[in-house]
Ligand binder design. Structure first.
Ligand code: ATP
Length: 248
């Protein structure tokens, strides 16, 4: 394992929002889909997750947004061990995370407006306080004129933009996005990335899984998480915070 084993494993690393130690994930009885993942993400960092199809990116994101528990290892989120945490505490943690799902998962019977308003309503924001931010957010993603449309009447790219607006509207502490620009044109992709960039500058930690090299190159300060066949490529140990010392 890269650094972090033995006595320091499991300790809370100051300034980290996510910490994985020796995490493995196995679906059923097959081989491990993710193996020995050990890394930490800095609070306020901007990370791109890349890797070939089937490398395990969606599986890693599912661990991050608490849709999946690991088969082994330790995961800390917001400084707490979420593997052994009682299930009833998980929804409170999930509310601190914005998620853009690869398949959008909009609520089908709600309009675009009501889908975007959902996280604010769950957080108890009054109707008269949420109208302006929801309208502004819809306008930013180019859907001001489709506010009353149901998801089934929207194109794939429009649904993706509603999903992104919903994920960012409540300014989550952690934003996890799975191929968030896969269905939009390059101009809109740039606009959506600007949204992530602004959110990051306000303090949200961002993790975006993407194959889009253009997108990756547009955020100079972003760090890379590269997965290959379920393993994280971290040759310099830079994804450990603090990084492990170079071998003598
Ligand atoms: N629920 C599941 N049950 C069994 N196997 C699964 C499940 N989800 C994913 N897998 C398997 O885990 C491996 C990694 O899948 P995952 O979707 O995490 O990869 P990915 O890197 O996101 O791929 P892509 O870029 O194509 O979306 C694949 O072999 C996949 O078939």
């Amino acid at each position: 394992m890269a650094g972090g084993s033995g006595a320091e494993a499991g300790l809370n690393i100051p300034g980290s929002i996510v910490q994985f130690d020796n995490v493995g994930l196995r679906y059923g009885t097959g081989a491990e889909t993710l193996s020995d993942l050990s890394f930490s993400l800095r609070e306020g960092g901007f990370y791109f997750l890349t890797g070939p199809s089937g490398a395990g990116k969606t599986s890693l994101l599912r661990l991050l947004y608490l849709a999946q528990r690991p088969s082994r290892g330790l995961i800390r989120l917001f400084g707490e061990d979420i593997v052994t945490m009682p299930r009833k505490r998980l929804p409170g943690f999930r509310r601190r995370i914005g998620v853009v799902f690869q398949d959008f998962r909009l609520v089908p019977h709600l309009s675009a407006y009501d889908n975007v308003a959902l996280p604010l309503r769950v957080a108890g924001v009054e109707e008269h306080d949420l109208e302006t931010p929801v309208k502004e957010m819809l306008a930013w993603v180019g859907l001001g004129h489709r506010a009353s449309a149901r998801p089934a009447t929207l194109s794939g790219g429009e649904q993706q933009r509603v999903a992104i607006a919903r994920a960012v509207i409540a300014r989550p502490e952690l934003l996890v996005a799975d191929e968030p620009t896969g269905n939009v044109d390059p101009e809109m992709a740039k606009r959506l990335l600007h949204l992530f960039d602004s959110l990051n500058k306000l303090g949200t930690t961002i993790v975006v899984a993407t194959h889009d090299l253009h997108l990756i190159s547009s955020i100079g300060r972003a760090e890379m998480l590269r997965l290959d066949r379920g393993e994280l490529l971290d040759p310099t140990g830079a994804l450990r915070h603090p990084p492990r010392r170079a071998e003598p």
